[in-house]
Ligand binder design. Sequence first.
Ligand code: PGA
Length: 250
Amino acid sequence: MRKNIVAGNWKMNTTLEEGVELASSINDALKGKKHNCDVVICVPATHLVSVNAVIEPETVGLGAENCSEHEKGAYTGEISASMVASTGATYCILGHSERRQYFGENNEQLLKKTKLALANGLTPIFCVGEMLEQRENGTFNDVVRSQIEALFSLPIEDFSKIIVAYEPVWAIGTGKTATADQAQDMHANIRMAIREKYGDVADDTSILYGGSCKPTNARELFAKPDVDGGLIGGAALNADSFMGIIEAFD
Ligand code: PGA
């Protein structure tokens, strides 16, 4: 059966020193405490090695926020999936809406990134989500379906390793959360699309919600049958609020 997961997405926040301190506070807060979900932190690439040194892999999983669609070579400034894996990280966020929007990442590139992440033993946290205009003009289900379908050329054994994150763009960093019912409806649609293509894999695929998820709304969101946890931005930058979301799984 699928796992419940709470994953932090730190984005372009924290200096190295601040990041190491935050990661170690999260690790300390979780250690020895029973919690009913896996916990992952996805941190800036510059922080991966140092953060890995202060967390225990059985307590907190470590991920990057992106990787290159190229294997290696003359791509100045890029970070490959094998480089990410060599730090000890085991997850990688891919296709975050900020990457799609500000860096023009498209479905074709995201498929390449996903394949390289998987080939290097990383678990992709693959993000999908509609813009406000698409929510308002009623195309949101089709938009999100086509984003997830971008991965449907993967063989079943590869697709079954993927974590999906539904993040409506209008809810990210805006304080405007999708209602638990809106999240549930979309998660059920995503799971249905996966079921049509990959059958029972759909039951084992964790689908996380992201977009202004906080300790105050996490419980209601996570109570929905198809919401298997969260991808957390702002509230993951503080150990207490991140713990508050983790504790929503009790
Ligand atoms: P937010 O970001 O929690 O700050 O809305 C979520 C995300 O972008 O992953």
